[in-house]
Design a protein. Structure first.
Length: 565
């Protein structure tokens, strides 16, 4: 028997065992004993097994109901965006962190700890799984389903360990060291134990240990198994991809100031394992332009893990041009980003968007292109006149993730699945770590390709006409890798964290963001002039998020605030 992810049941059960406490989690507690009102049976067991998936984030609504790109140099909010403004003006503090105070379903501190608690709770609750399963299965006449149940519990227990590792990876990415809670604490200890934060490297070691210990207890790849309906569950491939990302971050300058090469070597080896492990069968999707829309990521071998979401139109409402019925503009890409898309041929003086890396047209709506079944005209007097209220002030609109020509006034919907891990990122992680450890063209023993070869797989998928990457030394090749991540992973919630871990944020995020002023010369012919749209401020303290003052106070002095706040 296959057990699919059941959000409603999981939510109800979570509410049952945590509704008696005002705050679902603070830094001094982890979980509760099972209330006597909960029926102890097989159904409850599997509901708790699904519960630790509830905290997986959707990047579509992480900041002011939209993408986190508005807090980076990728985009500028065209409508008032108070959360983005806090980041963009450098006023993030312990009383004012829009990520940490966001509603459930976003990447907040409490939300990740909710997932950790649920994982710890399930691991404790399922220790007696064999007896619980036998309560509702005849172990003789229904032995097939009983054995399936036992196998599922084994998988779920391994998945709980990986879920816990994932949530800690997201926490240390934001906060550095955090409280490391490995067990379900009994209710009698809820009011007393305060948990100090472990240092960053110790949490990294814990994450790696969780993956190494439990990776072989996971389903290898749900897509290639007979349990394909369980694709939304963690697999060995997900665990390996998580380890590769965590070790890449740990090797990066923010966390590796002495440039310990062994950390880069470990990151390269971890990414290699995702690429070479038999049976994973990951591959780049053949069409970057369509990969991110609708249900396409579900069927693609590029997808390692995603968060499935019910069909809706919130993303289109938030980001369609305001001149499109139902659209609010929302996030608008910057000229800073657009300028970085390379030319694949001779530049056109009257149309700067032709002969460009095709990932530009797949990700950004440009002037004089067709979108929502009409030609975008942002010149004075045009339908999308930039002087109009809430029209784009950068001269661009978001295209990536959006379904074209969705009829918002008639309530049409589309699927939007948030991709947490995909193969292109793994290739770029591999290329970056291998370059730092060995250089761009060395293929060490036990590896299958060089950093350059991995990079070129990603670039060639985009277009065989892109310029050759001629950088030879580690430093020059590093620049090429940073560029490739900027383009390939645009708007996917990588840019901000990349700038942090590279220690580039203080330079890049203190630069103003730009757009273009569009002027019509004649019918269908325009000129484009760069224009500063907004200033940006990034302080050194912002390399880590602040813990909220409420968390500091609740910890009774055991949780130390990050420097600068």
């Amino acid at each position: 028997m296959k057990y699919k992810y059941t959000p409603l049941i999981a939510t109800v059960l979570l509410a049952c065992f945590c509704g008696c406490k005002k705050d679902f989690l603070d830094t001094k507690i982890d979980t509760f004993d099972t209330p006597n009102t909960i029926v102890t049976n097989r159904a409850t067991l599997f509901s708790f097994a699904n519960a630790f998936y509830q905290s997986l984030p959707s990047g579509f609504n992480v900041l002011d109901g939209n993408l986190f790109a508005n807090a980076t140099d990728e985009a500028q909010a065209s409508v008032y965006s108070p959360g983005a403004m806090i980041f963009n003006q450098g006023v993030l503090n312990s009383f004012n962190n829009p990520i940490d105070t966001a509603v459930k379903g976003t990447s907040s501190y409490k939300n990740f700890y909710n997932g950790i608690r649920a994982a710890n709770y399930f691991l404790s609750y399922s220790n007696n799984a064999k007896a619980l399963l036998a309560l509702n299965r005849d172990t003789i006449t229904d032995v097939v389903n009983y054995n399936n149940d036992k196998q599922n519990v084994k998988w779920y227990r391994a998945e709980a360990h990986i879920a816990r590792a994932y949530y800690y990876a997201e926490l240390i990415k934001r906060y550095g060291g955090v409280p490391l809670i490995k067990t379900a604490l009994p209710i009698t200890q809820m009011d007393n134990p305060q948990v100090p934060k472990s240092n960053y490297d110790d949490v990294v070691s814990f994450i790696v240990s969780e993956v190494d210990t439990y990776k072989d207890s996971l389903q290898l790849n749900w897509k290639t198994s007979s349990f394909t309906g369980n694709f939304g569950r963690f697999s060995k491939g997900v665990a390996l991809a998580l380890k590769a990302r965590v070790l890449l971050y740990a090797a990066s300058p923010l966390h590796n100031p002495s440039n310990d090469i062994t950390k880069w070597q470990a990151a390269a080896a971890a990414a290699r394992d995702v690429i070479t492990t038999a049976g994973l069968n990951y591959a780049l999707d053949g069409n970057y332009a369509t990969y991110f829309t609708g249900s396409n990521p579900l069927g693609s071998n590029e997808t390692i893990f995603l968060v499935e979401r019910a069909a809706d139109n919130a993303l289109e409402k938030a980001n369609y041009p305001v001149a499109t019925a139902g659209g609010k503009t929302g996030l608008t890409p910057t000229q800073n980003l657009v300028a970085d898309y390379e030319y694949t041929g001779t530049p056109n003086a009257t149309n700067p968007y032709v002969n460009r890396d095709p990932r530009l047209a797949a990700s950004v709506v440009t002037n004089n292109s067709t979108w929502n079944n009409r030609v975008i005209n942002e010149s004075a007097g045009g339908t999308d006149d930039m002087a109009n209220t809430n029209a784009s002030k950068t001269g661009y609109y978001l295209k990536k993730f959006l379904t074209d020509n969705l009829n918002l006034t008639q309530g049409a919907t589309a699927q939007h699945h948030w991709i947490l891990f995909r193969y292109a990122e793994v290739l770029l992680n591999y290329a970056e770590a291998l370059n730092e450890a060995y250089g761009p063209d060395v293929v060490p023993a036990g590896f299958t390709m060089s950093a350059r070869q991995a990079l070129m797989l990603v670039r060639n998928r985009a277009s065989s006409s892109l310029p050759a990457v001629t950088a030879t030394g580690t430093a020059d090749f590093r620049t090429a890798l940073k560029h490739e991540r900027r383009i390939e992973l645009a708007f996917e919630d990588h840019r901000y964290w990349d700038l942090l871990r590279w220690k580039d944020a203080a330079t890049v995020l203190n630069q103003p963001v730009k757009g273009v002023k569009v002027t019509a010369v004649s019918a269908g012919v325009y000129t484009y002039q760069d224009a500063v749209i907004a200033s940006r401020v990034f302080t050194n303290a912002m390399y880590y998020f602040p813990f909220t003052q409420a968390e500091i106070s609740n910890s009774k002095g055991t949780l130390q605030q990050n420097p600068g706040y």
